[in-house]
Design a protein around this ligand. Structure first.
Ligand SMILES: NC(=O)c1ccc[n+]([C@@H]2O[C@H](COP(=O)([O-])OP(=O)(O)OC[C@H]3O[C@@H](n4cnc5c(N)ncnc54)[C@H](O)[C@@H]3O)[C@@H](O)[C@H]2O)c1
Length: 260
């Protein structure tokens, strides 16, 4: 019996990085995976890998900024798997690393639309299905930069702060429906979305990986599975008394306030 046996889990942005690791891990623990992304080739490969290893998964092309497609795809997922139990709002885009006064409206809107509005749209359209399933779990991937500032990526950090508070508000609104809503706050994780090394690093700028590693109290950045295990816990019934919480998985950066 897996830790999320028989749960139907939608993972946005599951084609690569943290989302892909979550697809693999939750599938190994018995979940049926609905992988939604705009990266079709990597998404289909991820699904094939899961199916080849005895898991149950399907891929849908779904842009989290396109509300009508989300509505249509969630309906198809419910028709295919007969229920929906968990939504992982993971799709994200870090955007340009420019100071606020150099950022265009277009650059700002793209990041806010994918990260914040995408989380809103997917939450909005999954709620009726979770109510039908007599409850469920929504897991929103924020960032340590939804908790503390740093001198870079202003739109990304604003969107991650918004996701943190959306999670708490939705947790309060839907507690009576037995729908739990929590945010996860990753530190620096080795994925395609990692971004440039923080300005406060004292390592060589020509070696960004070392610069990142040196910034971590634990001495190295995280990998996608470190976050996937947090997603697994919040998706499972092991966390049945956990809602409106913030799960920080960051190698100690937030606890040590490295950016203070
Ligand atoms: N990597 C890190 O250090 C780090 C730190 C904090 C937070 N995060 C967050 O973790 C989440 C996953 O990021 P990752 O590091 O795995 O990066 P990633 O780039 O590997 O994954 C992001 C995924 O989202 C998908 N995506 C992008 N725009 C989309 C859209 N409009 N609709 C649907 N899918 C879309 C991409 O195709 C990709 O598969 C993001 O929300 C990111 O902000 C990452």
């Amino acid at each position: 019996m897996g830790r999320v046996q028989n749960k139907v889990v939608i993972i946005t942005g599951g084609s690569t990085g943290i989302g892909q690791a979550a697809c693999h891990l939750l599938s190994k623990e018995g979940a049926t995976i609905a992988l939604v992304d705009i990266n079709d080739s990597a998404g289909k490969e991820t699904v094939k890998y899961i199916q080849d290893h005895g898991g149950n998964a399907e891929y849908w092309n779904m842009d989290v900024t396109d509300e009508s497609t989300i509505e249509k795809v969630f309906k198809e997922i419910e028709q295919k798997f007969s229920r929906i139990n968990v939504l992982v709002n993971n799709a994200g885009f870090i955007g340009s690393n420019k100071p606020t006064h150099e950022m265009s409206e277009t650059e700002w809107d793209k990041v806010m639309n994918i990260n914040a509005k995408g989380t809103f749209f997917c939450t909005k359209h999954v709620i009726p299905y979770l109510k039908k399933s007599d409850g469920g779990s929504i897991i929103n991937i924020s960032s340590i930069h939804g908790l503390i500032g740093s001198p870079d990526y202003p739109a990304n950090h604003a969107s991650k702060g918004a996701i943190r508070l959306m999670s708490k508000t939705d947790a309060m609104i839907y507690a009576k429906d037995k729908i739990r809503v929590n945010s996860i706050h990753p530190g620096y994780i080795n994925t395609p979305n990692l971004g440039e090394s923080p300005q406060k690093s004292n390592a060589s700028p020509t070696d960004p990986r070392t610069a990142f590693d040196n910034l971590q109290p634990l001495g190295h950045i995280g990998d996608a599975n470190d976050i996937a295990y947090g997603i697994l816990y919040l998706a499972s019934d092991e966390s049945k008394f956990v809602t409106a919480s913030e799960l920080v998985i960051d190698g100690g950066i937030y606890g040590g306030r490295v950016f203070d």
